[in-house]
Design a protein around this ligand. Structure first.
Ligand code: ADP
Ligand code: ZN
Ligand code: ZN
Length: 762
């Protein structure tokens, strides 16, 4: 790109514009005199594109086009200020190049959605004068009903059961919102009205922030004095604030990594500079946000998926104008227009959710390093189980390694007991996955009034079903994936495309009633627990339940000890602080080992270590019971001992031997089409092209495939993939760049996607 002009300089007669279309190129437009004052580098503008108008992004001045080329004019400007500042725009342009993704689509993915008025105007072929169109910043609020006990002397009148329950709750807690009361009583509004009639309760409406992350007052907790390990880490990080630098903060769960981030960000703020904090799943981390608010107040942009378009737009503007200097969010917060960026933190940097798996496929951890590097900021990757990629960078001294090897509070890491499933066939309950050791551990945990988490990474009742008559495995009609049996919902469902069909108990192919359900999912485990421990309060957390009650509500119940045993998928392994939990049971550790993926062992080790880290975070010591058919697998053995370095060494050896990342660079070519033949042909053609490229022959670029993808058919499309692998990047890039150009020439009815540094192997 040519965007070298300073941000505030006029651009001249022609501008280079990134248009959100799937083309790996930019376009030249004329800039009429009337727009000379308003349009700058980074502005979002309306441009004619074919018969339509689209919202494009100005990258810089453009060279005069070749003689005789017709140049159309920019039609209008869509925001009062350039949307992207120089640092962010330069970073995004580089990211687009790195991932070989059309820059117009990259910028559109990064930008907040166009306000609906402007969108509507664009669609009609015009554009809006931003001066009149765009609202200013305001904090959205909602009115809530709050109840409080009224002063009352003397004897109470006769009250119903619900009335006296609510009254005693209010007397204990003071004022409580109606939402909160709903968790404790049925129809609280009616009960309140009755109590108000008797003069026992007052109610009033109050304005609270609509955003749930800001609805409660943040508890102000004094910052703890850093311990020796933290002092060392904080010292190095703060010293790097002037010139920037990359760091890997390897700290066991509960070692005080977050406290380190808080200190460094506080120092950046004291210097008037900006910070960006990325977390795997913002929806699961209200406690983290509360901790930041407690330390820094409410001038924080929390970027989460429940924000309305307008709230997102407001957050963007506040950051862009420098009114807010700290942004927290998941993957896409990477694009937040933080000004004068001094610190970028990626917490739980090993987490798979940092990889975007469709559209603009980027890895937020890698891009965080790039953005920080370009901005001269400090980048901190934090984890108890760093990815091998990051650890390798530390070994090569391209990241500086900081280590916290003690828990910050007095607790130690919980002991892990391994149960070999092949030796525990008979179980006390008859449920094969509740072995005697786990059964006993659960029993004594419950007896002591403590809480347990059981982790099983399969939702539904049974992961698959086979017909006893025709012998077929029941599969999704659109995907080569087994249908999962959901008993409560009475459906068979595909977990990849969400296809579902009523479960009548009969085979969907031959109609025989002889269906054999195979395997155990969370729904079945929950039912089994209710039977085996009838007095225990059991709850379930997976994508099926989360869409109903909500993740936070389930975790809240656990925190308030209204739940004794929580059964769940991956969702239970994330960094929640649950002090009452003393037992963690891993039902089937082998599950993630079975994936056809060279990272399966690493992912299993991370998962086991993280889920184990949930036990014993409070006053009482914790323990972990880990069930597996492969007790000798390195991922299991090292996780049992909380031995990250041991695992790392063993796995690095395996990767090096097989030339897999981090010892090689990879690009996946994913091809799909409506027919198997068409997909295979297209994949073959691309592989032949790549193999024939001179750089492939000279540079040791290995082309593997094409092969049928492990999920051979998805949403009705047949899938093939090839992998390009090379020890060094430059030759690989040359081949892949040529491949991109070949794809742009057209693939007929097939579709081809390049996935640079792929994570998902399915
Ligand atoms: P991590 O992010 O590594 O899991 P946290 O920063 O959340 O660790 O710290 C774990 C717990 O220890 C938190 O409750 C935190 O307040 C507390 N903590 C952190 N640092 C200290 C310290 N230096 N002294 C006492 N408590 C600390
Ligand atoms: Zn059948
Ligand atoms: Zn499907």
């Amino acid at each position: 790109m040519t965007g070298s002009a300073p941000e505030d300089a006029p651009l001249g007669q022609r501008v280079e514009v990134a248009v959100p279309v799937p083309l790996r190129r930019t376009f030249t437009y004329g800039l009429p005199d009337a727009l000379q004052d308003a349009v700058r580098v980074g502005s979002r503008v309306a441009v004619p594109f074919g018969p339509r108008k689209l919202a494009g992004f100005v990258l810089g001045p453009a060279e005069p086009p070749p003689e005789g080329t017709r140049v159309r004019n920019v039609a209008g400007i869509l925001d009062p200020q350039p949307l992207f500042h120089a640092e962010l725009l330069g970073f995004l342009a580089r990211a687009a190049e790195y991932y070989l993704h059309p820059i117009g689509e990259v910028l559109r993915a990064a930008a907040p959605a166009l306000p609906s008025e402007a969108m509507a105007a664009l669609r009609k072929g015009g554009f809006l004068d931003p001066g009149e169109a765009l609202p200013g910043t305001r904090i959205a609020t909602r009115r809530v009903l709050v109840a409080s006990p009224a002063p009352h002397e003397g004897e109470l009148p006769r009250l119903g059961k619900n009335q006296s329950l609510l009254l005693s709750l209010l007397r204990e807690r003071g004022s409580v919102t109606l939402d909160e009361l709903r968790r404790h009583a049925k129809n609280p509004r009616g009960v309140l009205r009755a109590l108000e009639g008797k003069g026992l309760v007052n109610t009033e409406e109050r304005e609270v922030p609509a955003d749930r992350f800001f609805a409660d007052e943040a508890p102000v907790v004094p910052a703890p004095d850093p311990n020796a390990g933290q002092v060392l880490a904080i010292g190095k990080l703060v010293a790097a604030l002037d010139g920037g630098g990359g760091f890997l903060l390897h700290g066991i769960t509960g070692s005080g990594k977050t406290e380190v981030y808080l200190r460094v960000i506080a120092e950046a703020r004291a210097r008037g500079r900006g910070a960006l904090m990325l977390v795997p799943e913002i929806a699961l981390t209200p406690q983290l946000v509360a901790r930041f608010r407690g330390r820094f107040g409410d001038a924080i942009a929390v970027l989460h998926s429940e924000l309305s378009a307008r709230e997102r737009d407001d957050a963007w503007r506040s950051l862009r104008a420098g009114r807010v200097q700290l942004a927290i969010g998941a993957r896409s917060a990477l694009f937040a227009p933080v000004q004068d960026l001094a610190v970028v933190v990626v917490d739980e940097e090993h987490d798979g959710s940092f990889k975007q798996e469709d559209g603009f496929r980027y890895h937020a951890r890698d891009m965080a390093m790039l953005r920080a590097h370009r901005a001269g900021a400090v980048c901190i990757l934090g984890s108890a189980t760093p990815s091998l990629e990051s650890y390798r960078l530390a070994q090569q001294r391209r990241l500086e390694l900081l280590t916290l090897d003690q828990r910050a509070t007095s607790q130690t890491l919980p002991p892990v007991e391994v149960v070999d499933l092949s030796r525990h066939r008979g179980t006390p309950s008859g449920q094969r996955l509740l072995t005697a050791p786990l059964h006993q551990a659960l029993g004594s945990c419950l007896e002591a009034g403590e809480q347990a988490i059981l982790f099983l990474n399969r939702r539904g009742f049974s992961p698959s079903a086979r017909c006893g008559q025709c012998g077929e495995l029941l599969e999704c009609p659109a995907c080569s994936v087994a249908l999962t049996v959901h008993r409560a919902a009475r459906v068979l469902r595909c977990h990849y495309c969400d296809f579902s069909t009523p479960n009548t108990g009969a085979c969907i192919l031959c109609g025989s009633p002889d269906l054999i359900e195979l395997g155990v999912g969370t729904e079945q485990l929950e039912a089994a627990l209710r039977q085996v421990f009838p007095d225990a309060r059991v709850a379930r957390l997976d994508r099926d339940t989360a869409s109903g009650e909500g993740v936070e509500a389930v975790l809240d119940r656990l925190r308030r000890h209204e739940v004794d045993v929580l059964v769940g998928t991956q969702m239970v392994t994330k960094g929640h602080d649950l002090p009452g939990v003393t037992l963690v049971g891993v039902i089937l550790a082998d599950q993630s080992l079975a994936f056809p993926d060279f990272r399966a062992a690493e992912r299993t080790f991370q998962l086991l270590t993280q889920v184990g880290g949930r036990a014993g975070r409070g006053e009482r010591a914790g323990r972990v019971v880990l069930q597996t058919y492969q007790p000798d697998h390195p991922a299991v053995r090292f996780a049992t001992r909380h031995d990250y370095l041991g695992f790392c060494e063993s796995e690095m050896g395996a990767r090096e031997e097989l030339s897999y990342p981090p010892f090689a660079h990879m690009v996946a070519v994913r091809v799909d089409a409506g027919s198997e033949e068409r997909a295979r042909e297209a994949a073959d053609a691309l592989v032949r092209f790549a193999r024939a490229h001179p750089a492939a022959r000279d540079g040791g670029v290995i082309v593997l495939g094409p092969a049928t993808a492990p999920i051979a058919r998805l949403r009705g499309r047949y899938r093939f993939r090839a992998l390009l692998k090379a020890p060094e990047r430059p030759h690989l890039r040359a081949v892949v760049t040529a491949l991109a150009a070949r794809i742009d020439e057209g693939m007929g009815s097939a579709r081809a996607i390049l996935d640079v540094d792929p994570v998902a192997m399915l």
